[in-house]
Ligand binder design. Structure first.
Ligand code: OOB
Length: 541
């Protein structure tokens, strides 16, 4: 049986991280075992009317792990999972970890193209999806296509009633059968999704050791404990609400995760009041909505003590309104699914909390800020951020060519962010050099959308760039050169959706141009396109 190949940390680093007590040699499922043992009756997850105790979360995930093992699945196998913000997301995650099966947790907003791309890369034997998702709702065509494409031999569907392949049946107790166990702690536990800047989304192999450390250290810094009641309103599979400290942090601390279907104030404020939520995590656009909606709802928000904001740039003015309007403290979180997470600290002064994106969580996070030629910039100057450390990957999954660019010779990951590293070690994010649009925390790789636009018979050239947006921070604009002057934006969007692209990646605006501006080296001059757009937008306002 072969486990999953990935780029390991060099031995000297691995040794250091073990010596320092970062890497414990324990699987991620260990956190659940601890709580099920010490406080089995405590509530771990609240989802709608349902409450799951730690004992139940542990038992249900063991049932599923046992059934999967009996079915012949185990160490080295991969799974493609797409579940929304439901308790099953955690049950399934722990079941797969316990059985040594490495999942990719696709976001619920992902569509056919994304699922296909993940399936092609990991070649899963197992698919766990949801009847609540449009792709799996009405017919089983896409299910059949995925099965054929990737060689999936087992497909389980959440919310499928008592149907044979309904997930519910697989959560029932079963007599013991085949043995199962997590993969060794220094092997791949699961795959995170990269925001990406390339044509196909890259996968991020995370080991038990590195991820468990990042969660434990986050818990320490953010002060999570048994009294923590954490609102998970962002897509639960994303790195931020999963591990910074996120739901896994809550499980490490023995607190309670309260799941919300979406981060809108309408659903969240009532949940905060009903469940006495004291911590929540948001992206900036959701924060804007909360700030608008909060006046008159102060009583509902009274239990909230800490609001974490991350995933995209948080304007200072908005940051400063948080304590005034929402009555709680702000913590800025600047992280990435590849690893490095920076936090402002709970005891930082206002200047740090409002003006910086925090500092790395681990004493062994190494940060370099360099100029175009790769030379370190003077302290406080803007440069590109590179990082390596005990929970930052050394390579994307099966991407040798991309890895050669994405990592430097010393194993530092090029995050693609432009930052200032202050003398006190705090980082300020000022921009980015990666070809990506950050649409309110949702990442869009320009190249992926451009390739699809150019697949349209009438389109000869395409460039996707960001444009400022008051609500989302950034939205996307596609500049296209087309053979057909009557080609409409709606038609192009419909075409992209037809190809199976997730809705959030559809260009918000489409501009037809005679030609794309080029740089001296023959690349599309996106700076000029962005400038043109900024000028147009100010004129029309
Ligand atoms: C988080 O992870 P990803 O992988 O979706 O995106 C990472 C990228 C960063 O490289 C940066 O470009 C941007 O998102 N970003 C921020 C930011 N937090 C992330 N840009 C400005 N300010 C921030 N506070 O987004 C993520 C992962 C773990 C925790 C939090 C966020």
């Amino acid at each position: 049986m072969s486990l999953i190949p990935f780029t390991r940390w060099p031995d000297a680093f691995a040794e250091r991280y073990r010596q320092a007590g970062y890497w414990l040699g324990k699987p991620l499922s260990h956190m659940l075992a601890v709580q099920a043992e010490t406080q089995p009756e405590a509530i771990a997850v609240v989802c709608g009317e349902r409450e799951l105790s730690y004992a139940e979360l542990d038992a249900l995930s063991t049932n599923l792990a046992q059934r999967l093992a009996n079915h012949g699945l185990g160490q080295g196998d991969r799974a493609l999972v797409q579940l929304g913000n439901q308790a099953e997301l955690y049950i399934v995650f722990f079941a797969l970890l316990k059985a040594g099966i490495a999942p990719v947790n696709a976001l619920f907003s992902h569509s056919r193209l994304e699922l296909r791309a993940y399936a092609e890369q990991i070649r899963p034997r197992l698919l766990i999806a949801s009847r609540l998702h449009p792709l799996f709702q009405n017919d089983d065509l896409f299910l059949a296509e995925l099965q054929q494409l990737a060689g999936i031999d087992t497909a389980l569907l959440h919310a499928d009633g008592l149907a044979q392949r309904g997930l519910a049946a697989w959560l029932q107790p079963v007599a013991a059968g085949c043995d199962f166990a997590p993969t060794p702690a220094d092997e791949v536990a699961f795959f995170q999704l990269s925001g990406g800047s390339t044509g196909t989304p890259k996968l991020i192999p995370r080991t038990h050791d590195d991820y468990y450390y990042s969660v434990r250290r986050s818990v320490e810094l953010c002060g999570f404990d048994r009294d923590t009641r954490y609102l998970c309103a962002l897509p639960a599979a994303h790195n931020f609400p999963l591990s910074s400290p996120g739901a896994l942090g809550v499980f490490v601390a023995g607190g309670r995760v309260v799941l919300a279907a979406d981060p809108g104030p309408a659903s969240c404020f009532a949940l905060i009041a009903a469940q006495q939520v004291n911590v929540a995590a948001l992206v900036p656009p959701a924060l804007s909505l909360w700030l608008q909606a909060a006046p008159g709802h102060e009583a509902e928000l009274a239990s909230l003590r800490l609001l974490q904001v991350g995933g995209a740039r948080l304007p200072e003015a908005q940051a400063r309104r948080i304590p005034v309007v929402l009555g709680c403290r702000l913590q800025q979180v600047f992280g990435m699914a590849e690893g490095l997470v920076n936090y402002t600290r709970l005891d930082d002064d206002d200047e740090h909390v409002y003006l910086t994106q925090g500092r790395p969580m681990s004493p062994d996070d190494e940060v370099k800020v360099v100029d175009r030629d790769g030379r370190p910039v003077a302290p406080g100057q803007v440069g590109a951020l590179l990082t390596r450390g005990p929970y930052t990957i050394r390579g994307y999954f099966q991407s040798p060519e991309h890895n050669a660019q994405a990592f430097d010779a010393e194993g530092f990951y090029r995050s693609g962010d432009l930052v200032q590293l202050r003398a006190d070690g705090y980082l300020v994010v000022v921009g980015r050099i990666k070809d990506q649009i950050n649409r309110g925390g949702e990442k869009i790789a320009a190249e992926e959308v451009e390739n699809l636009l150019m697949a349209h018979p009438a389109v000869t050239h395409a460039a996707l760039v960001s444009m400022p947006d008051p609500g989302m921070g950034e939205k996307s604009c596609a500049f296209i050169v087309s053979r057909d002057p009557t080609l409409k934006a709606v038609a192009l969007r419909k075409y992209l959706r037809g190809l199976g692209l997730a809705d959030y990646k559809l260009p918000d605006r489409i501009e037809q141009v005679a030609a794309l501006p080029m740089t001296a080296v023959g690349k599309v001059d996106k700076t000029r396109l962005r400038r043109r757009l900024a000028e147009q937008l100010t004129v029309t306002e």
